[in-house]
Design a protein around this ligand. Structure first.
Ligand SMILES: Nc1ncnc2c1ncn2[C@@H]1O[C@H](COP(=O)(O)OP(=O)(O)OP(=O)(O)O)[C@@H](O)[C@H]1O
Length: 248
């Protein structure tokens, strides 16, 4: 089976500054893959290049063996690449239900046909998503008043509304307490297994990375420094020198 995602020699420069250089990654269906690297290593840029929010200066991105390089973000999303946006796409004055429903509606607009009983389907889908991300009891809460952990669950619900095959999560546990981190990781793992999702995430917390990642790509100054199984990456002297050593 071909990889779900294949990035080949992608480079991005901003006015001559090379943020990502010759970046390669493959993610297999069902895999939990992680990109790590120090601040400024190019992780967010790599995500943006995959989701179409940035266009590569050179190189190609393939999803399901289809060349998606340069396609618009909403087209890439429609093809099955979802992404969480660190709260920026939550409407704080709307309820949790309304936020997820808006995301479901936005996706459904492009997939429902004229004869589909849209409203009922959308309500059922919205409740199902809220249950999946553990927010059923918070359906009527105002989103802006949610705890930080619940807001992250809401981000996840919104990202899942497009029914992605590949989900990109940018630091899904950022700012969480150790207890919130543990339950968030359990929830993400559970959702990925239940839905047969493929995950690509970035993360600063090494305990999180080594607990769930099946494959790790290490970025350093915009280039891939190492790639492999968690144990291989952990033992790699170069990785220890430039990255792990800094945080331990
Ligand atoms: N739009 C842009 N214009 C110019 N430089 C940029 C732009 N976006 C990112 N950069 C630069 O590219 C480099 C990589 O940034 P990026 O945000 O991808 O790193 P990161 O690994 O996600 O960092 P962090 O862990 O701090 O989020 C940084 O030096 C950053 O300043």
């Amino acid at each position: 089976m071909p990889p779900l995602l294949r990035v080949e020699k992608v480079t991005k420069s901003f006015d001559g500054f090379i943020a990502v250089k010759d970046f390669d990654i493959t993610v297999e269906p069902g895999q939990m893959a992680c990109i790590i690297g120090p601040n400024g290593a190019g992780k967010s840029t790599a995500f943006n290049l995959i989701t179409g929010h940035l266009k590569p200066t050179s190189g190609r991105v393939f999803f399901h063996d289809r060349d998606v390089t340069g396609m618009q973000p909403h087209d890439i999303c429609q093809m099955g690449v979802g992404r969480s946006f660190q709260r920026t796409n939550i409407f704080p004055r709307l309820t949790v239900f309304e936020n997820v429903q808006a995301a479901v509606l936005s996706h459904a607009k492009q997939t429902l046909n004229f004869f589909t009983p849209a409203k009922k389907l959308l309500q059922e889908e919205t409740y199902r998503l809220l249950e999946d991300v553990g927010l059923a009891d918070e359906a009527q809460s105002v989103s802006g008043m949610l705890s930080y952990g619940f807001q992250k669950q809401l981000e996840l619900g919104i990202a899942l509304a497009s029914d992605p095959e590949l989900l990109l999560l940018d630091e899904p546990t950022a700012g969480m307490s150790p207890q919130e981190t543990t339950s968030a990781i359990e929830l993400i793992g559970q959702i990925a297994r239940d839905r047969g999702l493929t995950l690509l995430f970035t993360e600063h917390d090494m305990d999180v990375v080594f607990s769930i990642a099946e494959k790790i790509t290490v970025l350093h100054q915009g280039q891939v420094l190492a790639v492999g199984l968690p144990d291989e990456v952990r033992r790699n002297p170069e990785v220890q020198r430039v990255y792990l050593g800094e945080t331990e």
